[in-house]
Ligand binder design. Sequence first.
Ligand SMILES: [Zn+2]
Length: 341
Amino acid sequence: MKTGYVYDPIFLKHNLIGHPENAERLHVIQQSLKKANVWSEMHHVPSRKATEDELAYVHTKNHIKYIKDINTHYGGYVDADTYVNEHSFEAACVAAGSVIDLALATIQGNISNGFAFVRPPGHHATRSRAMGFCLFSNVAVAAKAAQKQAGLERVAIVDFDAHHGNGTQDIVITDSSVFFCSSHQYPFYPGTGHGSEIGQCEAKGTTMNFPLSALAGDEWMKRLYIEILTPALHRYKPELILVSAGYDAHWNDPLTNLGFSLTLFGWLSQTLIKLAQELCQGRIIFVLEGGYHPQAIGQGITNTVKALLGRDDFDDSLGSSTWQEPDMGSYIDDLKKLHAL
Ligand SMILES: [Zn+2]
């Protein structure tokens, strides 16, 4: 079986030199994957634009029109830190459409799993608003497409980017057919993601937030994945797992203050892949979100791709942080109680 990937040169045209979320990130990622001889091990899945009807699975018509129109007028900023240029709408449509097709390819059995090397990222884009470098929620669009186009009933989205996936949460907060779990520095941008945010109405219990103190590192995350996320996913029984894969929780990232190592990104990936094998025939797609330290994002993603290929020879040339992780206290027990685990 094959590990698939999507990539398209249009992603390089959504660019602003000097902005942390720039096209150079994709160059660095490809260089790292090629240097580690894993790029050629992956199977290319063709990219395509999402239609406006597909974007409307999760976004308002007004939001789609706003991004399309602002782009037509040669761009600018849609908020203090989210830029668009004349290529951004097309790049964002290709990002969402390509994630859909990568997910469908794993559902159809053409590939066993995959990584979507897409930009702009998506997990901060809400139903009606672009923010935090994100225009459309690539993972949420793909989750709904997997349901509407392939008949799946339950999809899980796991987000290990250092920032809360507020956009994805906004979209699925009342939708019990999509399980959402985000781990993130807290309090921090965008301000949401408290542990008590667990879903609303019939979807109460299908959203899970792991707010992390600054300096929290590998041991916190391992315990959360083993003691909370694993039993929660076994209870939910997803038919597909999508991962909002951000690498900005690395200790050397310039935008955040978490203490993850590169080896941890390999471990997290391996753990999620194993869960997909146990629960949903190995169907798992990683989708690029944040990550702003060139070496950390390059090697972090290489470790994820190695895990997708069934390897565990993870690289960690940057080593572990020297920070002391804060005491967890009753954190794990409180979360277990909250989620009846
Ligand atoms: Zn982030």
